[in-house]
Design a protein around this ligand. Structure first.
Ligand SMILES: [Zn+2]
Length: 778
């Protein structure tokens, strides 16, 4: 499917970005801000007010509010439309990085609104059921008997949770320490709420910890008795597991393990549950504890080994998979993983992949291809002693089409896979941020990587690569790292790539590590393609060691313009050849071009011809334009003219429309920077057998087209028309040209070329092409 290949940033006209950044060192993406503006304004509004003492509200009133929220949560969930923005703002103090032991305990009576209580924690107990709206809401009470409303945002794996499920995570009676709490007036202004933006700020305390010595609670909580032994917790966990409520299952198994820490069944069950939650470090730890017990039962031993192996495999530790399989040669599951691990290691070290299979897998919605990441000859650096921007650079000479990166997403979010549906066209950073939080919860390395990525001028970026983080134990109620939600949201907003379903519809968004360091150029040195949560970066042109790897955040073909004209949206000035050429045109011409390009696409031949004429006149013959060769605004309009002629064809060999459709495809190719040598449209019919050697290239590859993917597609369409006109030989030479032009997309992989472009071909032409192509396709 071509649509999945034609990817890029969000078209700026759909969401003008409010998020201005200075020259950045990574992709700057727009983010959803429909709800953000109001949240942000609210934060700013509150900051301008002097802090005042938080108003105390009676417990019964707060409890009634939660029950009301709880019933409205049901209505909202059933309408399957939940607005979920929380943007915490461009502010660095929305999480706590201070350990509990360094903080002093405070009570509700010391809380003030509109400020963060630095250096303190609030000790409290949950006294209500939960209501899951944008965040998880509940009421807490301190030891003096004062109550307050709490909202916890971004709690991992709770995106599609019902209130019944969030009750399991925050059951009544839980003792919480909320680190450095932030108290604010509720949106309605009627009560105060403690807003927790970073879920790692909530620390669950067991009743018997020394920390709580001397604390006595003024009121008693009456709750239904929780399970009193490990067996009952296990049963509860298993029943949640069967309902695929992974987090609830993990919570239940953890509670059982609090009572019996070395219960092997609970550990194995929790390990399996962690695998489902993609918390591989936690899954491995539980499996390893069981392996350390040296159990006599071969079934349990085997389960522990397989779970440890899966945890290693899915976190990319392939040598550990091989080691375990080698140590236990009789366990066939391990051998199967070892075989796959060997394949992954080849991918990782050599960059050799079966691209055709990978594309086929990715055409199935919801599927994720199982491949290893690959880092080609690239490095992150700040060249010229810091005078230039940080970016990604090649460390050796590379050819056009050479594989530079196969990156696996830090987080990916596809709306078709998110249980809670959204207002269809909204692009929500929060969902991506939620995923980053989920991964950081189990893997502190993710938090370290996030700390290196550009997050705007409010945040300092650590140097890259980050030092490896210690693996700290996590649990469903305890994160392995302090989670800086504000930074995560800002990183997602500024570095994520939108994935398009169609040119105007967003299918989802992905966040990647190394691609985030690539700076923008409208005519970039590299191309990227997103397949699910894999991003492939190839060199578009040949590069010399030390050249910068740039990507086009927005494809100029989508807007018809260069980034020079979108500075309003992106706030950086691109210096690429296209921008230079666009800047060299007189301001009046640029203004007219801009006006023409935002008009709806013409639907009739006459309108399209007039549009083409007017647009053509806006491109002036300047040295800059001749150097750049591209007139992106004309590419689409000529394509439209060619398509309108093709649509008008009413007989198999209708010359009256076939000829102009070919002519306009050629004009479109030229507007995309192709130098066409063979301009003929009609020649004497030659339908004889042709071999590969007979094919002469109709274009000059010394000046390669500026937009490889687009040009390859148009060349195939052109070849189809020639083929219909019985010019088989010329049709095949255009297909050959397409294969060469598409090298930045295909890496010169013939099977991949066919896989990507087959839907555009006339069947007979594709057959004729595959029968002779062996000679010039690898
Ligand atoms: Zn540019």
């Amino acid at each position: 499917m071509m649509a999945t290949l034609l990817l890029g940033g969000l078209p700026p006209e759909t969401v003008p970005s409010p998020m201005m950044t200075l020259n950045t060192d990574g992709p700057v993406r727009q983010e959803s801000h429909i709800g953000r503006a109001t949240t942000e304004e609210m934060h700013l509004g509150e900051r301008s007010l002097p802090p005042e003492r938080a108003r105390q509200i009676r417990k019964s009133v707060l409890l009634a509010q939660i029950e009301a929220q709880r019933s409205s949560a049901v209505t909202v969930a059933s309408s399957l439309l939940r607005t979920r923005q929380t943007f915490v703002g461009e502010n660095t103090c929305y999480y706590s990085s201070t350990g509990l032991h360094e903080l002093i305990q405070i009570n509700m009576s010391s809380l003030s609104t509109g400020r963060r209580h630095k250096g303190a924690y609030l000790l409290c107990r949950v006294v209500s059921r939960t209501a899951h709206l944008v965040g998880i809401n509940f009421v807490v009470e301190d030891s003096e008997g004062d109550c307050c409303h709490v909202t916890v945002h971004h709690y991992p794996h709770t995106l599609d949770f019902s209130s019944v499920e969030t009750d399991m995570v925050f059951p009544i009676g839980s003792i919480l320490a909320i680190r450095e709490p932030f108290c604010k007036t509720s949106t309605t202004g009627s009560f105060c709420t403690i807003r927790v933006d970073a879920p790692s700020d909530v620390v669950f305390l067991k009743p018997n910890v020394p920390f709580l010595e001397g604390i006595s609670w003024r009121s008693e909580i009456i709750t239904p008795a929780p399970p009193s032994n490990a067996g009952e917790w296990k049963n509860l966990g298993v029943s949640s597991f069967k309902q695929q409520r992974w987090l609830c299952a993990a919570v239940a198994f953890s509670k059982g393990l609090e009572l019996e820490p070395m219960n092997s069944l609970l550990l194995l069950n929790r390990s399996e549950t962690y695998l489902r939650l993609l918390w591989y470090n936690s899954a491995l730890r539980d499996a390893e504890i069981v392996l350390g017990m040296k159990l006599k039962d071969p079934i349990l031993q085997r389960k522990a080994l397989v779970r440890a192996t899966r945890a290693h495999y899915y976190s990319g530790r392939y040598t550990d998979v091989t080691r375990l399989a080698h140590e236990h040669p009789l366990i066939s599951d391990l051998t199967a993983y070892a075989t796959k691990a060997a394949q992954r290691m080849r991918e990782q070290t050599l960059g050799s992949y079966d691209w055709q299979v990978i594309h086929e897998v990715e055409e199935n919605p919801g599927s994720r291809v199982d491949i290893a990441p690959y880092k080609g000859p690239v490095e992150v650096k700040t060249p010229d002693g810091g005078r230039r921007l940080r970016g990604l650079f090649v460390t050796q000479d590379v050819k056009a089409g050479e594989l530079l990166l196969v990156s696996k997403a830090i987080a990916s979010c596809y709306y078709s896979e998110v249980a809670v549906s959204h207002s269809q066209d909204s692009f929500e950073i929060r969902d991506l941020a939620d995923q980053v939080v989920q991964r950081s919860w189990d893997d502190s390395n993710v938090a370290c990587v996030i700390a290196t990525l550009y997050a705007g001028d409010y945040f300092h970026s650590a140097s890259y690569p980050p030092p490896p983080a210690p693996h700290l134990p996590a649990s469903p109620t305890q994160s392995s790292a302090n989670i800086d939600t504000a930074r995560i949201e800002a990183v997602c907003a500024k570095n994520s790539f939108g994935v398009e379903k169609t040119p105007m519809r967003i299918a989802g968004a992905v966040l990647h590590e190394l691609p985030s360091f690539c700076n923008h150029a409208c005519l970039p040195t590299a191309d990227f393609y997103i397949l699910g949560d894999v991003m492939i970066v190839r060199a578009r042109i040949a590069m010399k060691a030390g050249d910068e790897v740039t990507l086009a955040y927005i494809d100029p073909l989508k807007t018809g313009r260069s980034a020079e004209l979108t500075k309003r949206d992106w706030d950086f000035i691109c210096g690429c050849e296209l921008c230079q050429a666009d800047r060299a045109d007189p301001p009046a011409a640029r203004r007219q071009r801009r006006e023409l390009l935002v008009l709806p696409a013409p639907r009739h031949l006459v309108d399209a011809a007039v549009r083409a004429e007017l647009l053509h006149a806006t491109y002036h013959d300047t040295p800059e334009r001749r150097r750049c060769r591209a007139k992106p605004g004309l590419v689409r309009v000529y394509e439209t003219l060619a398509r309108l002629h093709r649509d008008a064809i009413d007989a198999p060999c209708d010359i009256a429309h076939l000829v102009p459709s070919i002519a306009f495809l050629m004009k479109s190719l030229e507007a995309a920077g192709t130098v066409i040598i063979d301009q003929r449209i009609i020649e004497v019919v030659s339908n004889e057998d042709v071999g590969e050697l007979d094919l002469e290239l109709p274009i000059d590859l010394a000046a390669p087209p500026r937009f490889p993917n687009e040009c390859a597609q148009n060349m195939i369409l052109l070849a189809n028309s020639l083929f219909i006109m019985l010019q088989k030989k010329r049709a095949l030479s255009w297909v050959k040209a397409a294969t060469l032009v598409a090298i930045p997309v295909t890496g010169n992989d013939g099977a991949l070329f066919v896989e990507i472009y087959k839907s555009l071909f006339l069947n007979e032409l594709l057959d004729a092409f595959t029968s002779i192509s062996a000679g010039f396709m690898s």
